[in-house]
Design a protein. Structure first.
Length: 115
């Protein structure tokens, strides 16, 4: 059973940083590309960032490009999201998963950005 555990969220003022972590257990993720997604209040889950299995390729939603950085440590079976210059519009629950959502979703981690 694969388990995804997201952490690192919290309350931050606009312009501040946060670093999210996604710990994966039950499966080695070195062969999997991984995404970060988010779900804002009243909205559907949306794509935030992608990283290839090796970490050599990354891509981002236009709304976060230049502010967020995705990374991974396959030795630790973990994926990270460094978020800088946070905006109130980034308030959401953040999740990690494969691009095709192959694993059961974790509980996510709440990010709240105050203006």
């Amino acid at each position: 059973q694969v388990q995804l555990v997201e952490s690192g969220g919290g309350l931050v003022q606009a312009g501040g940083p946060l670093r999210l972590s996604c710990a994966v257990s039950g499966r080695t993720i070195s062969n999997y590309a991984m995404n970060w997604f988010r779900r804002a209040p009243g909205k559907s889950r949306e794509f935030v960032a992608f990283i290839s299995s090796s970490g050599s390729t990354a891509s981002y939603a236009d709304s976060v490009k230049g502010r967020f950085t995705i990374s991974r440590d396959n030795a630790k079976n973990a994926v990270y999201l460094q978020m800088n210059s946070l905006e109130p519009e980034d308030t959401a629950v953040y999740y990690c998963n494969t691009p095709r959502s192959q694993f059961s979703w974790g509980q996510g981690t709440q990010v709240t950005v105050s203006s």
